[in-house]
Design a protein around this ligand. Structure first.
Ligand code: NAD
Ligand code: TDX
Length: 365
């Protein structure tokens, strides 16, 4: 049994799918997962409903800042590992309302670490010596903690100094430091991954790629911030999930691993690639190219110019490399959004709010 915080979100949800598919491929038993998720606007049970229905995944609807709920889940399910994805994740939202980011990403990670520490080594730990030795706490973080690069700067490595620029990245940096301290001070068996921009299925349409796909199809403007020349390193979400599985299996305790797609692309090139893909797969009724919907808008305050990851360590020490190129990954992603209108409807209609009310009536989120 493993416990996944934020497992109803974009990466956590893809991770649940990847976990079972990977284990089946490797001939391993379908080790069950517990998803511990507050189901904020970004958490959608529809993403993992098939695994809930099959009984492989159990959803605990709770908040990582709720100490009693965390303790109860650990005691009840006794996971051999906790994978921590839960976070407020959208940079623009952190600019307009940083409070939630500090609360969930920092206080939430602290709360989780405290309860995991008690579960792992406290006086009432249910784990025997072998289970203690095998236990892992894997913290999922971001390359944004390293700040912004100029055109000629070297890519981020694990020893790059932290220089977070947004409330989001500062709150993630704080959580990374807490994880580091719990390993250094208490010996908690931690692993940390810092990953670049993910994209793929089940991505909430506030983020660049799904927003552009859905706005294009709806005939709405495609809002490009500033000059559109900011650079991100793009990683297909399933490649990230595989990296996490391998770090969980082979990572050295207390270490940090940077995870990147080796795909540095300017935002405007990401948007035009999506437009051309849609031109080919779902041409506009009036025959005009989707690029005609591109609109340059006011830049994001404090907008980081460039992110790039040096993945040497994870390639050398773990043996992981991304399987998808941006071309293959964006093709899969655009097709997924064209085909999965039912999931998109759940996001747009608020149907998953109804799902919570039906399935979790009376329980606090
Ligand atoms: P997301 O916003 O799609 O999902 C976050 C999930 O966490 C949701 O299911 C939400 O309901 C849950 N959650 C939020 N607050 C919670 C709380 N207080 N208690 C319990 N659950 C809570 O985010 P994502 O894109 O899937 O990101 C997952 C993790 O990966 C985050 O830690 C993020 O910082 C990190 N990350 C994301 C990217 C990316 O490109 N998306 C890149 C690198 C790292
Ligand atoms: O409408 C838009 N127009 C636009 O030009 C949006 C939503 C974004 N952008 C730009 C801003 C960024 O340079 O596109 C780039 C990507 O933006 P986001 O999708 O918001 O991602 P980013 O800010 O780079 O952060 C993402 O990657 C790192 C995730 O949201 C984080 O959780 C992760 O840590």
């Amino acid at each position: 049994m493993i416990l996944i915080t934020g497992g109803a979100g974009f990466i956590g949800g893809n991770f649940v799918h990847h976990w079972f598919e990977r284990r089946a491929k490797l001939g391993l038993p379908a080790e069950p997962v517990v998803v511990f998720d507050k189901l904020t606007y970004a958490g959608n049970p529809a993403t993992i409903q098939s695994h809930i229905d099959s009984g492989q995944a159990t959803l605990v609807h709770a908040d990582i800042t709720d100490r009693d709920a965390v303790r109860q889940a650990l005691q009840q399910y006794r996971p051999r590992a906790v994978l921590h994805f839960a976070a407020e994740s959208h940079v623009d939202r952190s600019i307009h309302g940083p409070g939630e980011f500090i609360h969930t990403n920092m206080v939430g990670t602290f709360t989780l670490l405290e309860e995991v520490r008690a579960y792992w080594a406290g006086a009432e730990s249910p784990l025997d010596a072998a289970a203690k030795a095998a236990f892992r706490f894997l913290h999922v973080s971001t390359d944004e903690v390293y700040g912004s690069l100029g055109d000629d700067d070297a890519a981020f490595s694990e020893t790059t100094a932290y220089a977070p620029n947004s409330p989001y990245s500062a709150s993630k940096a704080g959580s990374d430091h807490l994880v580091r301290a719990y390993h250094h001070t208490y010996g908690l068996p931690t692993l940390t991954t810092n990953c670049s921009n993910n994209y793929g299925p089940y991505h909430f349409p506030e983020k660049l790629i799904p927003l552009m796909i859905l706005n294009a199809l709806d005939g709405k403007p495609l809002p490009v911030y500033g000059d559109g020349l900011n650079i991100r390193d793009w990683l297909f979400v399933r490649d990230h999930c595989e990296a996490i599985c391998q770090v969980l299996e082979k990572g050295t305790l207390g270490e940090v691993y940077n995870v990147g797609g080796i795909n540095e692309i300017k935002n405007i090139d990401v948007v035009t690639t999506i437009c051309r893909k849609l031109d080919a797969l779902r041409p506009r009724a009036d025959g005009q190219p989707y690029e005609s919907q591109i609109t340059y808008v006011t830049d994001r305050p404090g907008h980081d110019r460039r992110y790039a990851i040096d993945p040497t360590k994870i390639q050398r020490d773990i043996g992981w490399s991304p399987a998808e190129t941006f071309e293959s990954g964006i093709d899969k992603t655009v097709r997924w959004y064209l085909e999965n209108t039912a999931w998109i409807d759940t996001v747009r209609s608020g149907a998953y709010r109804d799902w919570i009310n039906t399935n979790y009536a009376g329980r606090a989120a």
